[in-house]
Design a protein around this ligand. Structure first.
Ligand code: ACM
Length: 546
């Protein structure tokens, strides 16, 4: 019944534990946050106060156990009480999440729906994650996700024992992060005139402005809310590509100097940052504010899909290349990214970038998110870099879920629930020693065609539930076993109000007959990955630069 599947689950007798008005929660001060969270979710639905108390028969007792590692826990439910032993606070939290799953699905509601007994089946669960990076990217740039919905997603990630929220804050079509001293980033950059209606290939537009942004205090609140649920928010500020919204706000950041508007088209914009000192200073300033708000180790600076056309034609970019003795524009991009890597590293942080940052040389200590297949992860891991895998053929949850014609705005190749569940985060090319560089994996929710929280629910679930097993559970999970447990998990999602995709397909109101997508075949996306892989190989062999 548990999801993600734990390492060990043993049924221990038949008599359940019952939560009553006399039940107390006993916890050491280090676990106050976890204890508070559990009380906070259970009190509104059960009406039971679950006050702090001494460890005694009938209590829910949290303890720290030195023998258990980071994020690990052992949960014992007996008729006489519940005991959660944990390696650390994160482990205690995951034990508490498991306890919630052992209660009826109504425990996932926000309020009581009548009197009932709160029984917990007697079990012993021993559990720990397979990977330490259990990530989900939410693209709040293409479509803004209002703060309450983002907080709801943090709860959903935590309920699945996921622990990284990669927040894609800036792109060509929108800048969502308030930056002091640069008000136009949000006055101008946080909204666009209109959006494409479906795939850009159809040339249709909705004629409706779209926008929104988070203030710095909104983001502090989001970070703090996430931290209470052991989720680290990894902010992403895209550079030097995917920056048209910033250039629209401050044309001096671009190569043309002409006014541009925030992009109203999907895809890869040719309008990229220039490589002037003032632009470096601008973005260092932005990153300083990012670091002030996001305390986590990682800051993502994108680095993907940066067309070099404008740099080829720009006298100042060409001068930079000559002055620095660089070989070409790829090395210029590498140099540019390196400036920010140095800036972050000097402040105790680490740079995360998409696998294009391999081209022209990786900055020291950079972590690579391998999205164009997993070859980028192989190369970077072998070079001694940490990596996460998020190949677009398997973990891009904006891709269609089936080949039914009524999937809403169907794009990409089919990524079924089974496809996600069978994904293996460690590329088979890596040796065991190299594989330690794989921190984990990430499911990416790009939102060009996900224009509301309801649409996000449909695309995310239950595939994100399957993904949770990929990164948390021991390798080699069985899909039919997952599917059987999913039948118990769906009522939890329903109680939380998640509008997940049912196995039978979309409900009529989840379809979008008004908007055309651009479905592709698996063979096409696989051919694309193969071409990219050849490209990475060629770049690394230096063949492109005879
Ligand atoms: C990406 O999908 N361009 C990272």
């Amino acid at each position: 019944m548990l999801l993600p599947r734990p390492v060990h689950l043993t049924r221990d007798g038949t008599e359940p534990f019952t939560l009553t008005a006399a039940t107390v929660i006993a916890a050491p001060p280090e676990l106050a946050r976890v204890e508070g969270w559990l009380r906070g979710v259970l009190f509104p639905v059960t009406g039971l106060p679950l006050p702090p108390g001494e460890a005694r028969p009938g209590a829910i007792e949290f303890t720290l156990a030195a023998g258990l590692g980071h994020e690990a826990y052992r949960l014992t439910v007996r008729p006489g009480g519940v005991r959660i032993e944990a390696g650390d606070a994160a482990g205690a939290f995951y034990g508490a999440q498991t306890l919630r799953q052992l209660l009826p699905p109504a425990a996932f509601r926000s309020g009581a729906v009548g009197e009932r007994d709160w029984l917990v089946a007697p079990v012993i669960v021993e559990d720990r994650p397979r990977f330490r990076w259990r990530g989900c990217l939410i693209d709040v740039a293409r479509h803004f996700l209002p703060k309450p919905d983002l907080l709801r997603y943090i709860d959903l990630l935590a309920a699945h024992k996921l622990n990284v929220l990669h927040l894609h804050l800036t792109d060509d079509q929108g800048w969502r992060f308030e930056v002091k001293g640069y008000p136009k980033l949000t006055e101008v950059g946080a909204w666009r005139r209109e959006s494409p209606l479906g795939s850009r290939r159809h040339g249709l537009f909705d004629g409706r402005p779209h926008g929104g942004f988070y203030t710095q205090d909104d983001l502090r609140e989001i970070v703090s809310y996430a931290a209470d649920r052991f989720v680290t928010v990894v902010p992403e500020i895209e550079l030097p590509g995917h920056s048209q919204a910033a250039i629209a706000a401050y044309p001096e950041l671009g190569n043309l100097g002409d006014p541009l508007e925030v992009a109203t088209q999907w895809g890869v914009s040719p309008n990229v940052l220039n490589v002037e000192d003032a632009t470096l200073a601008f973005y260092r300033d932005v990153l300083d504010q990012v670091m002030e708000i996001f305390p986590g180790e990682y800051v993502c600076v994108g680095g993907d899909e940066c067309p070099k056309t404008q740099w080829r034609e720009s006298p100042s970019a060409q001068r930079r290349i000559r002055e620095l003795g660089l070989r070409d524009e790829d090395e210029l991009q590498s140099w540019f990214v390196r400036q920010f890597s140095d800036h972050l590293t000097a402040r105790g942080r680490r740079l995360l970038g998409w696998d294009e940052i391999i081209e022209g040389g990786l900055p020291p200590g950079a972590t690579v998110a391998s999205w164009r297949g997993t070859y980028g992860a192989v190369v970077a891991a072998r070079a001694g870099h940490d990596v996460i895998t998020c190949p677009f053929t398997e973990l891009y949850l904006d891709f269609r879920q089936s080949d039914r014609p009524d999937e809403p705005v169907p794009i990409g190749s089919v990524i079924s629930l089974r496809d996600v569940h069978s994904f293996e985060p460690v590329p088979p090319e890596l040796t065991e020693a190299e594989a330690v560089r794989v921190l984990g994996a990430q499911a990416n929710l790009w939102t060009e065609h996900i224009d509301s929280p309801r649409a996000l629910d449909y695309m995310a679930f239950p595939r994100l539930s399957a993904f949770a097993e990929v990164v948390w559970s021991p390798a080699g999970g069985d899909f039919d076993d997952f599917r059987a447990r999913l039948r118990h998990h769906e009522p939890r999602l329903a109680a939380l109000g998640v509008e997940y995709r049912k196995e039978t397909g979309p409900e009529p109101w989840q379809t979008r007959p008004d908007v055309k997508g651009w479905p592709r075949e698996r063979a096409e996306t696989e051919a694309e990955v193969a071409a990219w892989t050849r490209g990475i190989r060629r770049d690394l062999s230096g063949e492109r630069h005879p």
